[in-house]
Design a protein around this ligand. Structure first.
Ligand SMILES: Cc1cc2nc3c(=O)[nH]c(=O)nc-3n(C[C@H](O)[C@H](O)[C@H](O)COP(=O)(O)O)c2cc1C
Length: 414
């Protein structure tokens, strides 16, 4: 079965905030997220996810409401208290948090939720994310730091096993402190001597999602995570990413299926109820119209994706065969996941540079599904059945009710 994650921003951003109905599900009211998580749980979602960019993105704020007004772990704890099955999944930035703080927060969430804590691990290298610390982590060492961060956190997790909490009546001890072990870690980035002080509820470390767009990030996930969160707007690119992830996981000495690919999905639901099949434009933040296939579009594409070999080309030229490397593994290794959909587009013969540029710019970072709930459910299922994905993260869209009541049941075959 596909793994289904709901991004908490779906409901508050699914309606136009300029209308009364849109403002009813405000991101400033925790009840919005509790309602959303309860509905997602009933629909069959596996996890309720909360992103965190650790800073103010003014460009984003100018286009609509913030993603949320809540700190991710506090929100996850509240949602856990109001649900019983769905996993709660805050995001943690390895650059702005100490492993000890993270391990305590996660262990506490694991106990509050009785074993339903999952986590999204990011290294926060997007522009606009606040630093707030007096130290410089060069881009090149971010994955090394993240790996050490996860290692220390896992060792903290193991430092106080649940069996230490079984009272020893004969010895008159509530806690078996002889079973609580020191971590004794001194590495390149962190020093952690003692054990955790908030005992985890579960023996097993929580499910780790790694958000990344690079081969190095995939390799890190292959060694340390359970799933990868990546953007892939085409099924062809998704298949390549999943194949590469499985190969890297095997290379890391693990079962290739043990690290899954869970890309983002945007849903534009039409015609879910009588009178709603309108031609109303999709909310600006998540829909991209196809631009005209002219020279300015080619220049815009090149400004965003300088790795495309299109310098000096004009829109009416036939698309050169060597716009990207032939081998998708090379494209991913050299340029990252955002170029793989372009590799996919290049496979269509007979296009001009302008047509390619227009199609490329219309794609966006994440997959976009549009149609009736049943059409969307079937298309999502096709991505899963045709081995492009192991599940999805539903990031943005409209008609949250139809998503839960018709799209997800259709996808799950219920
Ligand atoms: C799909 C996706 C989601 C991400 N979500 C977040 C996030 O919520 N917060 C954050 O600070 N960084 C986020 N990032 C940034 C990554 O953690 C990472 O810093 C960035 O992608 C650079 O690493 P990479 O070269 O491995 O992709 C995200 C990246 C991707 C690809």
């Amino acid at each position: 079965m596909p793994t289904l994650i709901l991004n908490s921003q779906y409901l508050p951003s699914s309606r136009d905030w300029r209308s009364d109905a849109g403002r009813a599900d405000t991101p400033f009211d925790v009840a919005t997220f509790i309602r959303e998580a309860q509905r997602a749980e009933a629909a069959g979602f596996d996890a309720f996810f909360h992103a965190d960019f650790s800073g103010v993105d003014r460009t984003h704020l100018r286009s609509g409401p913030p993603l949320s007004a809540f700190e991710p772990f506090q929100l996850a704890a509240l949602v856990a208290a109001a649900t019983s099955r769905i996993a709660v999944m805050p995001t943690i930035s390895t650059l702005y948090t100490h492993p000890f703080t993270f391990a305590r927060n996660l262990a506490s969430l694991d106990r509050i939720s009785q074993g339903r804590a999952w986590v999204n691990v990011v290294s926060s290298f997007r522009s606009g994310t606040a630093i707030g610390m007096r130290r410089d982590v060069p881009r090149g060492s971010r994955h090394g730091q993240t790996e050490e961060f996860v290692t220390v956190t896992r060792r903290l997790w193991e430092s106080w096993p649940p069996r230490a909490n079984v009272p020893d009546l004969a010895a008159g001890r509530y806690i078996r402190d002889d079973l609580i072990i020191d971590v004794g870690h001194a590495g390149e980035f962190y020093e952690q001597a003692g054990p955790i002080d908030a005992p985890p509820y579960s023996e097993r470390f929580p499910f780790v999602l790694q958000a990344t767009s690079s081969l190095e990030g995939f390799r890190l996930a292959a060694r340390t995570a359970d799933a990868v969160f990546v953007g892939t707007p085409t099924l062809g690119a998704a298949r390549q990413l999943r194949r590469i992830l499985r190969a890297e996981t095997r290379r890391a000495g693990r079962d290739p299926g043990s690290v899954t690919l869970l890309p983002g999905a945007f849903c534009r639901v039409t015609g879910s109820r009588p009178g709603t099949d309108t031609d109303a434009p999709a909310p600006r933040r998540w829909h991209r119209a196809r631009p005209r296939p002219d020279d300015s579009t080619v220049q815009r594409l090149l400004a965003q994706f300088p790795g495309l070999r299109l310098q000096g080309a004009s829109a009416t030229d036939p698309l050169p065969a060597d716009v990207l490397a032939d081998d998708p593994d090379d494209v991913f290794a050299e340029l990252g996941s955002r170029y793989l959909p372009f590799w996919d587009l290049v496979q269509t013969p007979g296009q001009t540079v302008g047509e390619f540029a227009a199609d490329a710019l219309a794609l966006g970072e994440h997959a976009y599904f549009s149609g009736s709930p049943e059409q969307i459910g079937d298309e999502l299922r096709r991505w899963y059945d045709e081995e492009g994905v192991d599940g999805f993260q539903f990031i943005l869209g409209d008609d949250f009710e139809a998503l839960c009541e018709r799209v997800v049941p259709r996808l799950l075959g219920r």
